[in-house]
Write a protein that binds this ligand. Structure first.
Ligand code: SF4
Ligand SMILES: [Zn+2]
Ligand SMILES: [Zn+2]
Length: 302
């Protein structure tokens, strides 16, 4: 199999793009694709400082590597949730720190146990009925937004890839969750009440492509998935979409990108769920709909 960039020996064939590339051409090609996505959706520019949400996995580390190579100003944030199973949090934190140190990049580490006194699994056990994942989502949103504000970053970037976005779209469509469909976008603008702009520069990059990029760039990432993800329905959707993709190359890409295009030209319209008015949390100052203390601050009162 020949590289269609230079005629050398190709290491990856991407049926959805009808393209095969070698170990030199592929990383360049993928970075250009991400650069195009950043510009196409107006995610950020050279004057912005991007805070990359880093999990220690391939997608977020590949994203940070690309942004640094593309000369964007960036810092990283890692939230240590204190997940003990197989040392998951310790391993992923170690990978994130090693990545940042090797490249001279700044990584902010938030250690939940050291800072607030309990891990996400401990809190989930204490609050019977709350899943670790629902707490995790709320904790991450709060802490990432706090670190972004405190470190003068102007935008928060996550490593969600095309497979993640297609699976989310599939789940939202299956239940016609129109409020979520209205908000599923590569860019969520900043809100006047203090939520940072959020962007997904890898939304057109397949999971297989980001894994190949991490491998070719010599990025040491955590291979294991979070132990709580086993129960996630998104994994079922990903398997279904992969099955579809193997029969019909580019199915995932067209499912997601054609949805965005149709919505942008007004062919489908979904009404956003109206958010109740926001106030500032009495303790941390971050926006909340709860009045008084925000959900994050109330969590540590229990
Ligand atoms: S599966 Fe994801 S959302 Fe759930 S606890 Fe793990 S990292 Fe958090
Ligand atoms: Zn080549
Ligand atoms: Zn608060």
């Amino acid at each position: 199999m020949k590289c269609q960039g230079c005629g050398g020996s190709a290491v990856i064939k991407m049926r959805q793009h009808k393209l095969a590339l070698c170990a030199d051409c592929f990383p360049d090609w993928l970075r250009r694709r991400v650069q195009h996505t950043i510009e196409r959706y107006g995610m950020f520019g050279p004057a912005d400082k991007v805070l990359v949400a880093v999990s220690g996995g391939k997608d977020s580390l590949a994203l940070w590597d690309m942004l640094a190579a593309l000369d964007y100003q960036s810092e990283g944030v890692y939230i240590d949730l204190g997940i003990p199973h197989g040392d998951y949090s310790a391993q992923s934190r170690g990978r994130a720190l090693a990545f940042a140190q090797a490249r001279g990049l700044t990584l902010h580490v938030v250690d939940l146990v050291a800072t607030y006194g309990a891990s996400v699994p401990e809190k989930a056990r204490a609050l019977r009925g709350r899943s670790a994942c629902s707490l995790c989502g709320m904790v991450k949103r709060h802490e990432m937004n706090r670190v972004a504000r405190e470190s003068d970053c102007t935008v928060l970037a996550t490593g969600h890839n095309l497979d993640d976005e297609a699976a989310t779209l599939f789940g939202n469509t299956l239940r016609w969750q129109t409020g979520y469909l209205a908000r599923q976008a590569p860019v969520l603008p900043a809100s006047s009440d203090g939520f940072m702009r959020k962007v997904k520069p890898l939304c057109r990059v397949a999971e297989r492509e980001s894994a190949a990029y991490a491998l070719l760039q010599g990025i040491d990432y955590v291979r294991d998935e979070c132990p709580f993800s086993e129960r996630a329905t998104s994994l079922v959707y990903k398997r279904l979409l992969n099955d579809l993709e193997s029969r019909s190359p580019a199915a995932k890409q067209s499912f997601y990108l054609e949805f965005l295009k149709a919505r942008d030209r007004g062919a489908v319209q979904f009404q956003e769920v109206e958010r109740p008015p926001m106030t500032s949390c009495e303790q941390c100052g971050q926006p909340t709909t709860a009045g008084g203390l925000c959900a994050f601050c109330r969590l540590w009162e229990v």
